[in-house]
Design a protein around this ligand. Structure first.
Ligand code: OAD
Length: 257
């Protein structure tokens, strides 16, 4: 399917975005779970999403982890295995290709799946961590001992502390360096694309508006309008894996003159 955004009708917004991208010095692509949906990674809040089937209270906070490390480690091991099996989709690939067509492109992602790096993007800020990394809650070493199917908690090979995934849980602060750099990139951006996020989780959800207040042209790409949509400059309704390749093809054609 072709969303036809850049081919049929040529809405004012389409040529505006194209024009902005052609002249942009700095672009931010801000992504949420929706960018990875077409790779087969479930989103959180769509029908049938992760938080409909599992309770964040029992899995995604430090209290739950300390109360039942085996359960939480097992759940993350399961999700990690899923994310190892899936592949970047045309949306991830298009973002990596856009990086070659503009002077500077930063990916700011809420996803922990590592798919942007696998697609070839090079400047990536992972606001919520990365599920493929783990660390010891006592000595902070990267101490992944793997996950066995036994009923024992996975412990640090250096000090015996509990090993947790390197992701941000509910109630935890984002890495100040990472959110600081995301904030700076958003302020500097000429074009800011908000892709596949519900815009409900802060402080990440502030970034599109930070960018807009600093003068960026902010466009959402989503299968349905998000909580932020009404405040942004334009919204493209469609799957990221179809819309993004069209956007990038249009930029490529325009840059060839
Ligand atoms: P959500 O599950 O809240 O939202 C997913 C968004 O993607 C929705 O707006 C969908 O409409 C959209 N979507 C689904 N499929 C799409 C597709 N093929 N193309 C484009 N858009 C699509 O996920 P996030 O906004 O990423 O936090 O959630 C934010 C944070 O909440 C996550 O990082 C996670 C979660 O709790 C932590 O784990 C800290």
């Amino acid at each position: 399917m072709n969303s036809g955004y850049f081919t049929a009708g040529r809405r004012t917004g389409a040529s505006e975005l194209l024009d902005r991208l052609e002249h942009a010095q700095s672009v931010v692509v801000f992504t949420g779970a929706g960018i990875s949906a077409e790779s087969g990674v479930p989103t959180f809040r769509d029908p049938g999403g992760i938080w409909e089937r599992f309770k964040p209270d029992e899995l995604a906070n430090v209290r739950a982890f300390l109360a039942n490390p085996v359960l939480v480690q097992g759940w993350y091991a399961h999700r990690r295995q899923l994310m190892e099996r899936v592949k970047p989709n045309p949306g991830h690939v298009a973002i990596a290709e856009l990086e070659q067509l503009v002077p500077k492109l930063t990916v700011v992602t809420q996803n922990v799946d590592g798919l942007h790096a696998r697609a070839g993007s090079s400047d990536i800020l992972e606001l919520h961590g990365n599920i493929h990394r783990t660390y010891c809650i006592d000595c902070r070493e990267d101490a992944r001992a793997g996950h066995d199917e036994s009923n024992e908690a996975v412990r640090c090979r250096y000090c015996g502390g509990l090993v947790r995934p390197d992701v941000v849980w509910f109630g935890e602060m984002l890495d100040p360096d990472v959110i600081g750099r995301a904030d700076e990139a958003s302020r500097e951006a000429d074009v800011f694309l908000s892709v596949g996020t519900s815009g409900l989780v802060y402080p990440a959800a502030d970034l599109p508006l930070v960018a807009q207040r600093s003068g960026a042209y902010v466009v959402e790409i989503n299968i349905a309008p998000s909580a932020l949509a009404e405040y942004l400059d334009d919204c493209i309704t469609g799957p990221a894996g179809e819309v993004l390749p069209e956007v990038v093809d249009a930029v490529r054609r325009a840059s060839r003159g």
